[in-house]
Design a binder for this molecule. Sequence first.
Ligand SMILES: Nc1nc2c(c(=O)[nH]1)N[C@H]1C(S)=C(S)[C@@H](COP(=O)(O)OP(=O)(O)OC[C@H]3O[C@@H](n4cnc5c(=O)[nH]c(N)nc54)[C@H](O)[C@@H]3O)O[C@H]1N2
Ligand SMILES: Nc1nc2c(c(=O)[nH]1)N[C@H]1C(S)=C(S)[C@@H](COP(=O)(O)OP(=O)(O)OC[C@H]3O[C@@H](n4cnc5c(=O)[nH]c(N)nc54)[C@H](O)[C@@H]3O)O[C@H]1N2
Ligand SMILES: [Mo]
Length: 711
Amino acid sequence: MTQQQLLKAKIPCLETGITLKKTICGICDPQQCGLKLSIKDGRIIKAEGNEDHPGSGGNLCGKGAATRQYVYSEKRLKTPLKRVGERGEGKFIPITWDEALDTVARELNKAKREYGPESVMFTSGYSKYYRPWLSRLCLLFGSPNYITETGACFEAMHMAKCLVAGCMDGPDMGRTDCLLVWSSNPFYTGVINAKGLQANLDRGMKMIVVDPRITPTTQRAAVHLRPRPGTDGAVALGMANTILMEGLEDRGFISQYTKGFEEYRTYAAQFTPERVEELTGVPAAELRAAALLYAQSKSAAIMASASPVVHHTNGVQNYRAIFSLAALTGNYGKPGGQAVPPGIKSRMREFSYPVAWSDLPQRVGVDQYPIWGAVCDDDATGMGIPRQIRTGKPYPLKAMFGVGFNHRMYPDPAAFAEAMKELDFIALVDLFDTETLKYADIVLPACSSVERSELRFYGNGTFIVTEPAIEPLYDSKSDVDIMCLLSSRLGIDDPLMNHGLDTCLDYILEPTGLTAQALRAYPDTFRATPEMMAGKPLDYFKKDGFPTPSGKFEFASSVLERFSDHPGHDPLPLYHPPGREPRVGDEFDLVLNTGSRQPMLVHTRMYHVGWSQTVFPMRAACDMNPADAKKRGIVQGDEVVLSTPEGSLAVMANLTEAALPGVVHIFHGNAKADVNTLFPMEYVDPISGYPGYKSAVCKVEKAPARGGQGV
Ligand SMILES: Nc1nc2c(c(=O)[nH]1)N[C@H]1C(S)=C(S)[C@@H](COP(=O)(O)OP(=O)(O)OC[C@H]3O[C@@H](n4cnc5c(=O)[nH]c(N)nc54)[C@H](O)[C@@H]3O)O[C@H]1N2
Ligand SMILES: Nc1nc2c(c(=O)[nH]1)N[C@H]1C(S)=C(S)[C@@H](COP(=O)(O)OP(=O)(O)OC[C@H]3O[C@@H](n4cnc5c(=O)[nH]c(N)nc54)[C@H](O)[C@@H]3O)O[C@H]1N2
Ligand SMILES: [Mo]
């Protein structure tokens, strides 16, 4: 082959000067599939899956396959910027890193001096890898307000787990006979999870899926329940009632290890299959089939997702009702039931939280949502930010240092932005030029995962410290380097952060006996030895009790009992219908369900990355059932106006049987058709403060003429 032919075929060899570098994909953050990049003259010319990666095994989704367009996007930030126009106007001039970092340090310290450290928020969106540094910086600065996207993701599920069992658990999937998947679709949301799920289906595991939509996951289920969104609590209580009526509960487990069973049993008795059918739309026979399969399997485990069940005004209570099924059937403490997942020994927790929450002022939002203060020890909720900025109560909020922070993930983003305008100072770190940056005083350009070194722990007992595959583009830096540089400028005397990434990593990794540099020799991940692993035995609670106030699994929560004067804080998992439900004759006659994941999109990240969207339309579209469309004279591809009582959007109608009749779905994060503008800030779960993103009411009408906000 000639050199030209070799170059055209992108063959890595001496003649072409093309080299291969292995790293991980950071686009869809928590999955981190293995990535193999071909590099020529410091530029990525090809991106493939790394077949030697034990999690993803060479698979790469459409987003990862579009790595080159993502990394070399026109929208990448190139230099640090300083605002010169009004907040929101988007006028900036380039400045040096020294000027930018000095300004950030000066302004954050000014707010600290004048209003106290708690007046400064350290916020993050969806990205995960830099969070230990952000929380450490925040807590060492003296502020309790380390706030992540978890105010609308994960924490409410964790909260529900803590209220019933005292800590997080997950399915012992490798050994279970029956997996009850409550609203998750890994075939769209995570390559590594999907591979794991498929492997267990292949060995004969049965699956029940509770999901209003038809998805690749529901298509593999033995039983698929399709409740109306936000009615999950009634489904779970109905399953409990069937199990009790059939005498399939585990009496021994219940009497020894649980609290509140008799009240729970009496309450669940109201949920007859016929009533559940009325409340949820799930046919009585299907409910029964699911309950029997779950309870009669030798072992059964529940797989829950971070967001769909809790994006409702009743999410925490609904999840408590769902998780109670595991205790009812004794699926704790045995192979194939619920298990506290093992982890690799590290000092991650000590690194991330060097100061106890109890030594700091109360976090944002705890005054309104006290369960955050009672059981959540990871971060604060961002849902309280706008109100506290406006009222200054319980104390003023004056400045923000945000990393990958996007105010549009919250409901009513215009009101959120208005509140941000009132802050004295905002510094934001991002990869791309975003809408949120328009409100910043200083903007700092971050580099992407292929341009940095980072540590990741995987659930399968492997871990990795990556090497940068290419140099940071333009004048960007890794988020961690930025925070380490800031730490010393803020005057924080931290022997770890002030010495940079590797010093921090070596501290975190110390219990494994490995250093960051040693781990870099394993580009396909390093498998932890048994001595490096830590975990609780399956039946840990038999000796130590559950880590709840009573030491038992709590059908009736002692923590909620303490706060039962707050609305919705019922100790039993009482079922309240979603805050908004369409009734016959209503103007807003459809359920609006937003954010069900699309394989080619991640929140705001991919709208400008066309390569990932070749098999799906790039236009903002809402999914609706053909029967609902027909009633409204709508055909496939029509321009429609989707309205809630708060506003409307022009989008395209995509007719699909995947949507349950009566339910309309739309993805979020599209700045040009932002569905979060259709939600009021007050439409929330009273316990978690989560927005009711997945059960609002709407109407859909054929658009009178072409045009509008759609893209
Ligand atoms: N209506 C509706 N709204 C929702 C949801 C829904 O289902 N429906 N889902 C909610 C959920 S579960 C979540 S998790 C949130 C997520 O919402 P967001 O946090 O908004 O998620 P992203 O848009 O992925 O990321 C935020 C920012 O991180 C930037 N970024 C990407 N990589 C990096 C990096 O390496 N470093 C830095 N510094 N920045 C980076 C991106 O450019 C982007 O500006 O949205 C929530 N909002
Ligand atoms: N491609 C892609 N992958 C992602 C993301 C992304 O934006 N894009 N985001 C990541 C994030 S932040 C998260 S939190 C996870 C979420 O991960 P998943 O939970 O796996 O994905 P979702 O599509 O949000 O929700 C799963 C299913 O829940 C169903 N559902 C919606 N409302 C309800 C309800 O009220 N009750 C029940 N029982 N089911 C309901 C939806 O129809 C959907 O099929 O995905 C992560 N992975
Ligand atoms: Mo999420």
